[in-house]
Design a protein around this ligand. Structure first.
Ligand code: NAP
Length: 285
């Protein structure tokens, strides 16, 4: 069994980005990312701070825009439109979730698709579904990068994706389909989850239920990618982060498995930097 080390890989990717950013600077382009945070959600504040720190370390210009919890939708949309026109900004990210009085879809669709480094705009979703080049959501893109790094080609594999959110499961399903895996997708209404997961050569789980995947749900020798991040408030793991896969009991059955923490999580920010660099390069064409 091999542990897929997302932490080490994310550091490697960040170093690659730093070098590429230096090259771009020689051509007069400094990649720039604007992150908009509305409200005071502590988890969102932590994510935004971490994104800003990673940008600075990679030599990417970072602009943090904060708005009060009661900021109007109109004000937020106006700010995005200004960033769309700003040549020093190549990527725009609106930290989710937004306060309830703001229409998230309207906000995401106001971002110029060429600056949509989260890959959530319907244009980019369409590009991904039709197999064209696009800005792809960072977490599933990070999963593909992990597979590539370890020489795992999903072509022809029976892949099972559990969870179908727009952020994780749906783009994951499309990336694996584009890579020509045979993909089964499962969700909260799936009749017999185990019947699907236990047949998979490649199992990707992004649900948000701690330790839901047990050994009897996993095929011997499978590759298991755990996207879940759950902070435990009780029991043996109190205060710790755990995944959706019961790592301790499942790992021995796998050929490869991602740990939590240190698996998919660190790759998400690395891919955000990568998408910002891609957007900066696209702006040169
Ligand atoms: P989400 O929007 O709540 O989606 C959860 C998905 O799981 C839904 O599609 C839901 O199905 C499905 N589901 C719920 N219960 C299920 C069950 N019993 N069996 C099968 N499927 C079930 O969550 P998300 O944003 O995708 O996040 C999922 C997990 O990934 C969370 O732990 C989150 O913290 C983590 N995450 C990690 C990263 C990272 O950087 N590593 C990034 C994003 C998210 P329905 O659609 O039918 O409701």
């Amino acid at each position: 069994m091999t542990i897929l080390d997302g932490k080490a890989l994310s550091n490697k990717v960040k170093e690659e980005i730093k070098l590429e950013t230096q090259e771009l600077k020689k051509e007069g382009i400094v990649p720039g990312l604007a992150v908009i945070l509305v409200g005071n959600d502590p988890a969102s504040q932590t994510y935004v701070a971490s994104k800003e720190k990673s940008c600075i370390a990679a030599g990417i210009f970072s602009e943090k825009i904060t708005m009060n919890e009661d900021a109007t939708e109109e004000r937020l949309l106006d700010r995005i439109k200004k960033l769309n026109e700003d040549d020093s900004i190549h990527g725009i990210l609106v930290q989710l979730p937004l306060p309830k009085h703001i229409n998230t879809n309207k906000v995401l669709e106001t971002i110029d698709p060429k600056k949509d480094v989260d890959g959530f705009h319907v244009f980019n979703v369409g590009q991904l579904v039709t197999g064209k080049q696009s800005l792809v959501p960072c977490t599933p893109l990070g999963v593909m990068r992990i597979l590539e790094e370890y020489g795992i080609n999903p072509i022809g594999m029976d892949a099972c994706v559990v969870g179908v959110s727009n952020i994780v499961g749906k783009p994951m399903m499309n990336l694996l389909l584009n890579a020509r895996a045979t993909v089964t997708v499962c969700h909260s209404k799936t009749k017999d989850l185990k019947a699907h997961t236990s047949k998979a050569d490649l199992l990707v789980v992004g649900v948000g239920i701690p330790h839901m995947i047990k050994p009897d749900m996993v095929k011997e020798g499978a590759i298991v990618i755990d996207v879940g991040i759950n902070r435990m408030t009780w029991g043996k793991y109190e205060g710790k982060l755990v995944g959706d896969v019961d790592f301790e009991t499942v790992a021995d059955k796998c050929s490869y498995i991602t740990p939590v923490p240190g698996g998919v999580g660190p790759m998400t920010i690395a891919m955000l930097l990568k998408n910002t660099l891609t957007a900066a390069k696209m702006s040169m064409k």
